[in-house]
Design a protein around this ligand. Structure first.
Ligand code: F6R
Length: 235
């Protein structure tokens, strides 16, 4: 069952997303699945400005680039510290280790962390092509945490953040669709016209690996926050 919350813009979406975190805390949630990218920023701003306390909670991030240390300004670990953890520390915050020497061991270790700390509320953004985490169209719904080869379009999209195109990571670690589906509650957020087709396909289209987010139709407890532009192709 998907509950749809329509908001005017990303600022109001931040408030609506904050309310979901607030409610989860009041219900005793202990583990939060977190995302990077532009979408969650206003939610994190609302959390930072609030008196919510995560100091006894656990966070588990969706993904990280392979080859980057957590101190690298391009890493997702760095993003999380800048936007949330510096102001609102958690007791434990997990992000895949981009410098792990053994990729197979790293993805196994990370999935064990997820299993040991069941996620009460997982925050997701949405790719224009329907990806969630780094699970691009065609990814099996059965995948747990795995190493992903980034598509050329993702590399191109990320190139603007790097001095040299050759510095753009080629691989990432990502929770898989099956990892994400283990979460008790999922909060997916999408803003803007560019996401409208993916939002409509996710909610109203067939459940197919060609549209990774459509798998959420099979989850019992999903809330979707969309602005008017992102909701514009819903019937
Ligand atoms: C981020 C992530 C990605 C983004 C998605 C949307 O950790 O896993 O799936 O959520 O690419 O990105 P933005 O929010 O920048 O539009």
């Amino acid at each position: 069952v998907m509950k749809i919350i329509k908001v005017q813009d990303q600022t109001m979406g931040g408030k609506a997303g904050f309310a979901q975190f607030d409610a989860a805390l009041k219900q005793g949630a202990s583990t939060f699945g977190l995302a990077t990218g532009s979408t969650p920023i206003t939610i994190y701003e609302e959390i930072v400005a609030s008196d919510l306390d995560f100091s006894e909670k656990t966070s588990i991030n969706l993904d990280e680039y392979v080859g980057l240390s957590g101190d690298d300004v391009q890493s997702y670990a760095y993003f999380m510290h800048e936007h949330l953890f510096n102001a609102k520390p958690f007791a434990q915050s997990y992000v895949p280790n981009g410098l792990a020497e053994d990729a197979d061991a790293e993805v196994k270790r990370y999935e064990e962390i997820i299993d040991a700390n069941p996620i009460d509320l997982q925050l997701l953004g949405l790719g224009q092509n329907g990806h969630i985490g780094f699970n691009e169209p065609g990814t099996s719904f059965n995948e747990t945490t795995h190493k992903v080869t980034l598509t050329q379009s993702t590399i191109d999209a990320n190139a603007r953040f790097f001095e040299d195109e050759n510095d753009v990571p080629r691989y990432a670690y990502s929770m898989g669709i099956a990892s994400i589906m283990k979460s008790k509650n999922i909060l997916l957020v999408a803003y803007g016209e560019a996401k409208a087709a993916a939002v409509a396909a996710m909610i109203e289209g067939p459940v197919t690996e060609d549209m990774p987010a459509s798998v959420l139709q099979n989850h019992a407890n999903v809330t979707v926050i969309v602005d008017e532009a992102a909701a514009s192709k819903l019937s």
